[in-house]
Structure formats: structure tokens, C-alpha cells
Design a protein around this ligand. Sequence first.
Ligand SMILES: [Mg+2]
Length: 259
Amino acid sequence: MRIQGLMLDLDGTISEVGEAIPGAIDALRRLREAGLPLRFVTNTTCRPRRDVLQRLRALGVEATMDELFTTTTAAVAWLIDRGIRRIAPCVADATKEDFAEFEFDEKQPQAVVVGDLGSAWTHDNLNAAFRQVLDGAELVALQKGRYWISEQGLTLDAGAWIAAIEYAASVTAHVVGKPNREFFEAAVASMGLSIDTVAMVGDDIINDVDGAQRAGAMGILVRTGKFRQDALDRSGVKPDLIVDSLADLPDRMGTVPIL
Ligand SMILES: [Mg+2]
């Protein structure tokens, strides 16, 4: 059996600090020409879907909105499933448009939705989220990444701040982005494929590779973006394939061992 479809991470896999990784765009074109459906599955929380798609297209990737799976897609589905109407969005201002169907309520929210605020994290906004959770709101994490690679180098991600709220309030956040199984399942279902015929390609050994493998997909690791050999060694995770870059993937597709 061959791989029937691919899920692809964006930051560190297709692009790095806003620039396409050399050869990545051409590789995506070749994978499409080979007939593979592609889904772009990103944990980015600092911009809305519309903006993520625009940036992808500006890089030269002919992607459509239906092919894009962001953490806000997953959060909206999670909130609707549970009948939640009132939320306190602790996300970048730009990202709030993805939650336009909900009522924003800082006083009595049913859920606090937390994304990455980057340098806008303050004691005040952490404290507000902590108090809302203590008052009974669900803590919904768009993602819980440890770090990502920015212009400054490796940079604290939302997970570090969410862990602070969890610790103080003695709760566990519901993480809706990668590595949540349902997030991968939604992307795979949109391709009409069985998850064991799909591979996730990414630079994050835990959120991309391990998460996808636990969901029943294959995990392909790229040695770009945040990849560090010591992080791979420490993780105990065994990717189904490791490539130097997405650029190398079209030529390596036949080498993935699938039973
Ligand atoms: Mg990444």
C-alpha cells in the first residue's frame, strides 16, 4: 500500500520565519501532481484562518480554505459540540475573528480559549484567565507547544503559559490542536481516507510525528525548523521516515515502510 494522502505542518516544514524552505513549494507541486490530496494542519494561533491561507498562497502554495486545518477550526468544533456559547478569548486580537459566532464574555465565560500571545503575555492576562477558570470556565488550549522558531531563535510557545494557568488553578487544559487525535482525524476525514493510509509531515517530534502516530497515521519528520537531533533522541519517538527537508519528500515517498 502506498501513502494515499498527506497532512503538512506549516511553520518549520513549508516555511521558516516567513520564507519558503528551499525546494518546499516545488515539492508540494510534485506531490499534488502525483495525485496526493494535501491538508495543511497548523498549530499557529496568532493569526486567523483567512490570514494563514493568504500567507500560504503568497509563498506560492495553491491551497484552498477547505484544505486548511487550524487550531481555531478545532476549537470552534469543540465548543459547538459541548453547547458552549460564551467564551473569553485569550488569543491575539487578529485571531478573534475566527470566534465571531460566539459571545465574548469576560465576566461569566463558559470557556477560556487560550492561544499564543507572544510578547503580549502579562501578569494581568494570565491572572484573568486563571480567575475565569477558578470560577468554573473550561480551559481550552488552542495548542500547548513548548517552543517554536522565530526571528530571535527558539521562542517560548503557548504551552509554557498554559502550564502556568493549569498549575495555579489545578486543572488540565483541553488541547484541541496537534497532537489531539480528533484534529488529525478531522483533517483525514476531509480527504475521505482511512487514517492508516495518511502521513503527517512536520518538524515537531511530539506534536506532529508522535501525535499523528498515536492517532493511527504515519509520522514523517523533517530536519528543518525546530528540528534538533537531541530532542529526537530524548523523545523515544520513531518517525516512519526522516528527511532533511520537505524538498526531499517526493523522491523518498516510495521508501516509507507500510505493512
Ligand atoms: Mg512546525
